[in-house]
Structure formats: structure tokens, C-alpha cells
Design a protein around this ligand. Sequence first.
Ligand SMILES: Nc1ncnc2c1ncn2[C@@H]1O[C@H](COP(=O)(O)OP(=O)(O)OP(=O)(O)O)[C@@H](O)[C@H]1O
Length: 250
Amino acid sequence: MGNLAASLVGVSIKRGVGLRSNTVVSDLSFDISRGEILALVGTSGRGKTTVLHALAGLIGVSKGQIVHYPHDTDASGKSGRATGVVFQDALLLPWLTVNQNIRLGYKFKANRSGSKKEFDARVTSLLEILGIKELADRKVSELSGGQAQRVAIARTVATQPRVLLLDEPFSALDAATRSSLQNWLIELRNMLQLTVVIVTHDIDEALTLADRVLVLPASGESLKIFSSAEKGNTNKIKQEILASLASYEI
Ligand SMILES: Nc1ncnc2c1ncn2[C@@H]1O[C@H](COP(=O)(O)OP(=O)(O)OP(=O)(O)O)[C@@H](O)[C@H]1O
């Protein structure tokens, strides 16, 4: 358990209400290790966003449980939040500057402490670490899509979530910007020892970013998890993932 950030144990999730409710995720179990990037892939409607929202506590589970393991330091009461989510649309406040948007992230951090001076220093240091210091005084409405996504991720990282949840954060970006943000995210994870769960439609993105790729199963199928540790063999893994995605189609 010491190395785990969270676990799903026999989780089923319903969407919709009353007679129209439907079980969209059924008896799903997997662990999220600390410091890993885990990609969730699966055909459309398979429940990737649903799982992410359940991990974030935005929707409940109908069966099973999701366990978030506190860090050792949490006993001191200085823990960050269990999760932080970044959606496909950056959802920043366009009338504020980048700096002000990031400050909002810090303001929402649980158990924040320290003086205003310390708080300002933390914002500046985060902007520096994330390589967006030069954007600090720009209005969000003046940012490109790629810059806005960096700021959205930065704002969520500022809340110090134990697990960073990303829902197709790069899907609206052009290929070059996307690739640069993928590299940036890997650097960020390495620097800050982040634990990341990312939903993506793009198998190449999943294999570039993730330590493990989890293919969400259709009802009755078993879960498949691919390790991209053997990076040299990505073609083979990609073929296996594509084959398992295809086998789910009815
Ligand atoms: N608010 C909702 N009310 C009712 N059904 C919903 C709701 N949100 C999602 N669903 C249904 O739950 C199922 C899973 O949706 P979800 O968005 O999690 O899938 P996904 O794998 O993320 O899909 P996509 O790749 O298309 O984004 C779908 O059948 C969808 O229609």
C-alpha cells in the first residue's frame, strides 16, 4: 500500500437517473502507483471520463470503492488535495492574468498555510518550474491553446493534488504543440514526482506519456493493462492495444 496513490476495488458506476440510469462501468479494479503516469484508453462511450470523474469524487460509485491513500506527511495536516482535474477545455478565467489564475489554484489548496509573501514566492517559483514565467502578466484571453493548457495544468498542480487527473488535455491542439506539451508533462512529472491519470483517444500519446496503458473493458471482458516500460517495443504494444480495442466492438 505504501507505494499506492489510489485503488479502485470492484467499482461499478451508473450514469443517468431513474429508469434511464445505466451501468456504464462494471466491476473495475486497478491500482494507481505513486509517481506513475497511467493512461486510460478505450473506445468512445466506454466510460473513461466517467472513471476519471469518479476518481475526482465528482460522481459516486454504485458498487465497490475508490480508496485514496494519504501521503506519510498527511498526519501533520499539511496534505494537498486527493485529486485535481484538468478538462479538455482549459476552463481558466479569461479576464484574469495567468498569475491571478495560478493564485486561484493556491487559494483552493486544502490546508494552505504561510504569509502572503510566502504565497507570492510559491506562485513565482511554480511559474518558473513550469516554464511559463514569461506569461505571468498576460491575460488568459491572449494565450494560445497550448499556453492555456499549460496554465490550466499549472493551476491544478498548484493545488498539490496527490493524483493529477487529465481528461484529453491535448486533444484540441495541433500535432507540434501537442508533442511539446507531452514532453513538458513528462518533465513536470519527473521534477515534481506527480502521479498522473490521463484519458486519451490517442494510442501514440498514451504510449509516449504513460508508464502503463489501461484499456477499459466492455461489460464481461477482462481489464487489459499494458506496460510501456519496454519502450523499444512500442509498435508491438500498439498493435496489441489496437487489437484489444477492436475486440470490444460489437
Ligand atoms: N451525465 C450523463 N447522464 C447519462 N449518461 C451519461 C452521462 N455522462 C455519460 N453518460 C454515458 O455514460 C457512458 C460513458 O460515457 P463517458 O463519457 O464516460 O465515456 P468515454 O469513454 O469518456 O467517451 P468518449 O471517448 O466519447 O469521451 C456513455 O454511454 C455515455 O452516454
